[in-house]
Design a binder for this molecule. Sequence first.
Ligand code: M6R
Length: 639
Amino acid sequence: MTYERSWATLPRMCGIVGYVGKRPALSIVLDGLRRLEYRGYDSAGVAVIDRDEVLTEKRAGKLANLEKALADRVDDGIAVGSTAIGHTRWATHGGPTDRNAHPHASGDGRIAVIHNGIIENFSRLRAEIEATGVEFTSDTDTECAAHLLAAEMRALRESGSPEGPQTLAEGMRRAVSRLEGAFTLLAVDVQTPDAVVAARRNSPLVVGRGAGENFLASDVSAFIEHTREAIELGQDQVVLITPGGIEITDFAGAPAAGKEFHIDWDASAAEKGGYDYFMLKEIAEQPQAIADTLLGRLSERGDIVLDEVRLTDQDLRDVDKVFIVACGTAYHAGMVAKYAIEHWTRIPCEVELASEFRYRDPVLDRSTLVVAVSQSGETMDTLMALRHAKQQKARVLAICNTNGSTIPRESDAVLYTHGGPEIAVASTKAFLTQLVACYLIGLHLAQVRGVMYADEVAAVVSRLRRTPDALRELLGKMEDVRALARDLKSSSTVLFIGRHVGYPVALEGALKLKELAYMHAEGFAAGELKHGPIALIDKGTPVVCVVPSPAGRGVMRDKVVSNIQEVRARGARTIVIAEQGDDGVVAYADHLIEVPRTPTLLAPLMTTVPLQILACEIAAARGHDVDQPRNLAKSVTVE
Ligand code: M6R
């Protein structure tokens, strides 16, 4: 691996906003950045065109630092110009300092560029540009793009191209032809004051269509307040926005089209709505998110309805193996899905971390169905796994929450989770809706292959439809969990155990605690304890135990109860999550958290929720930023 490529192994996201119209652009862009701050929050900046100047301001730290700096500039053109770009960053290439914050300017200061992604041939380009006498003012790869664009614009002018938006778009096309890697680039040029140009390869970009104004952003939440008509750009496209127009071409300059769509949620869905944190709001939204994901899924004939299916029933009948690929919380959803898919379809199902998948040469062919699960639809590890699967001729079905994102676009079929925007970095409602989507896919496969009757499928769907109410009931009884969280806030470690579908729930509980509370936490298959991890148990060690329903396989539940006894015998403080009415566990629980009765395979829809709340409340009690935990960002768009 060369030095340049090694940057590709580092995560990098960033939020991007662009505006052109008649209104002062700064406040529109800042509002957009506020909504995108979840994508990166270690520095932020804006560039506004006012008459013959590009005015920039950028600051390390959260958006508030930038806003403070801008507060002193109310009287200058930055507050009034009507063309602007803005950026919120998650640093990799160059530390999170003022000088590395975006936008980056060309040497003559006439062009400003913001960027999400990684320019992989950055060091070669930088050496080449420096050899022409240009001095870099940052350590970023992005600055190369600003200098390249400026050079292309000079060359175009020298060769007689007229000033104007078309020339700016051509300059961008020429500049990006030099770049390797993943990028969304937005640029403004003082010579072309009423335009913003953008290019997209492997990083998200959507256009918002307004009346006499247009928008660009990493995702629609940045402009939803102003318009709900959007266009999602395709791969390798350049878009030019002016107050009255949106022109899309491919990188070669041929006219192209993006995918138009209407955003069916409104701005309030991206606000905290009275909750202290987005995470709490998103936890509370879970019953509705499940209901929405189930909406319209069962046709009158009793068939499961997917969103975009470019696979025939015969393709699905030919499937002889299912692989689920995903990362983090989505991977845990995949682990639960394995139990359901194998049980209902009798097709072997493997779950694999997307980041490992393609490196071990999995055996794939036309009869393999790869299910890619991703909230954002932009997770690079999952996207690369999907592409590898497609190269091997496997069929790919995406489960995704983000309409029109890259993963569903590149898949053969899609089932969207209608969870609404998930802003908190910690995934909550995305997880539950991913579970629902996985169940639906399992049922669909079973039905198409004739191993379940329509009425059997309908019976499971009807149980699923009862979960929102059960979940509301559960959410109404979480006071004890909050109190417990305050009690556990100083623990040095928390362990989680579970069996069957309770095992991925244990892993998910531990992941939440790690990412939010920065505490040591581990999840184990309860049966594995005695093979090593039980040595971790000391006097008072909190162990969260996820107990299966006694109404499922009684023996499984009894085994977990034995495991609880084992840890208690070694001094553990047990926090037991069990079904209402399972009185047999009471004697072994230092804290009992009861969840409504649910069929065994669907139980994670209940048992996960107290663990989300526990992690959220412990993190808050420890004084952490719940929505934006350190070192993390919402979409991880590089490998
Ligand atoms: O957008 P995705 O679902 O593909 O994201 C996958 C993971 O990065 C994500 O679930 C991550 O683990 C969450 N922060 C966990 O809460």
